[in-house]
Design a protein around this ligand. Structure first.
Ligand SMILES: Nc1ncnc2c1ncn2[C@@H]1O[C@H](COP(=O)(O)OP(=O)(O)O)[C@@H](O)[C@H]1O
Ligand SMILES: [Mg+2]
Length: 349
């Protein structure tokens, strides 16, 4: 009998709709080979049952939203698995196609482990470490990888701008700077501050997303992303790096990502000399190992104008629609979207 796979989507983060669209692509592609149990997570965190038809119908244009009305609740039992209407759903594996806080940060991963359910993707530690950009940078630096220069603030006790400006000067951080929430995603809460006066509004924007805030030196260079895949029992391997090319966007912000994608284009493989391309792939695998990755992640880089390679951030559950960087990068190496998904699921069971 075909294995049963629960596909989780939605969730409490700002990336609710994106997760639904990714999950829809995954479900459509796997429904011939597996029995699919679609599970939606509402914006306030309730787990509910969805129909496969609905899940497969979602697209970026429809910006899906999972509402709880009229849906059966899904519950989980410690060491007992997933239940719906009192019945054990008997799933073999869970695919949490979830982005951002509450889904990609170790919380769901820990919950699934408590319930005795195997799942696709990174475990608790890597998920949590990569969700918090401050700690991710600490780990990467400790492993000898380079990251953007910056400082970290705690907004819980209030932020005094004069003190922040002094700190930036002390650390010799050049302007413009990027102000970013530690646990954001999809560029929500990220701003570029050109000058001192831009700092206060940028901090206010970031604070809406997380109380830990990073201020980083603005890196001048290219944005390169590298997909890493690890099949069961094998060493992690990196795909050909891809590039995000701004076609009008000031940076790769929310609008360029989802609202007006013509503001950026994606090129796979990125136009890189062989040595740089190989070095980025090597560093992507090193980053994967540094944070104790499992199965998949996308490592995002800056390639500075002077040739230096910096890691910007790691996404442990990158966008997974058929037109997302992660699957497209593997397709360039001859793997189909379906084969990547099957490899991920089979490695998790
Ligand atoms: N230090 C930096 N220098 C230059 N651009 C940056 C810097 N940090 C972030 N950015 C820009 O902001 C975008 C979003 O920031 P990122 O740290 O990737 O957050 P998110 O998790 O929301 O994607 C990046 O893709 C890049 O365009
Ligand atoms: Mg990013």
């Amino acid at each position: 009998m075909k294995k049963k796979i629960a596909i989780l989507c939605g969730g409490k983060s700002g990336e609710h709709s994106i997760s639904c669209v990714s999950a829809g692509s995954v479900a459509k592609t796997l429904k011939e080979d597996y029995r699919i149990v679609p599970v939606g997570i509402t914006r306030d965190g309730k787990w509910v049952s969805l129909s496969l038809e609905e899940l497969c119908s979602w697209s970026l244009k429809s910006l899906p939203e999972i509402r709880p009305e009229g849906r059966e609740e899904i519950s989980l039992k410690p060491a007992g698995g997933l239940y719906c209407a009192g019945e054990n759903l008997d799933v073999d594996v869970v695919f949490p196609v979830l982005h951002g806080l509450g889904g990609e940060d170790g919380a769901v991963q820990g919950f699934l482990e408590t319930c005795g359910l195997p799942y696709v993707g990174c475990g608790i530690f890597a998920s949590a470490a990569c969700m918090d950009k401050h700690y991710a940078k600490l780990i990467l630096k400790a492993s000898g990888l380079k990251v953007a220069k910056g400082i970290t603030l705690d907004a819980r006790m209030g932020i005094e701008i004069a003190g922040v400006l002094e700190k930036l000067e002390e650390e010799k951080i050049a302007w413009p700077v990027f102000v970013k929430p530690a646990w954001g995603g999809s560029s929500v809460g990220v701003s570029r501050a050109e000058k001192k006066e831009d700092l206060a509004p940028a901090l206010k924007t970031a604070e809406k997303v997380s109380w830990r805030i990073l201020i980083e030196e603005g890196v001048r260079g290219r944005e390169i992303e590298c997909a890493v895949l690890q099949r069961k029992g094998e060493r992690p391997m990196a795909a050909l790096p891809g590039e995000i090319i701004p076609e009008g966007a000031a940076f790769y912000d929310y609008e360029a990502k989802y609202v007006n994608p013509s503001l950026c284009s994606v090129k796979i493989p990125a136009d890189l000399d062989e040595k740089t391309g190989e070095e980025i792939r090597r560093q992507a695998v090193k980053a994967f190992e540094a944070v104790d990755g499992r199965e998949l992640m996308r490592v995002d880089f800056f390639l500075r104008e002077d040739g230096q390679i910096l890691i910007n951030e790691i996404n442990t559950m990158p966008g997974f629609t058929e037109v997302s960087m992660y699957p497209l990068a593997w397709q360039k190496l001859g793997m189909t979207y379906k084969q990547i998904l099957i490899d991920l699921v089979e490695s998790a069971v």
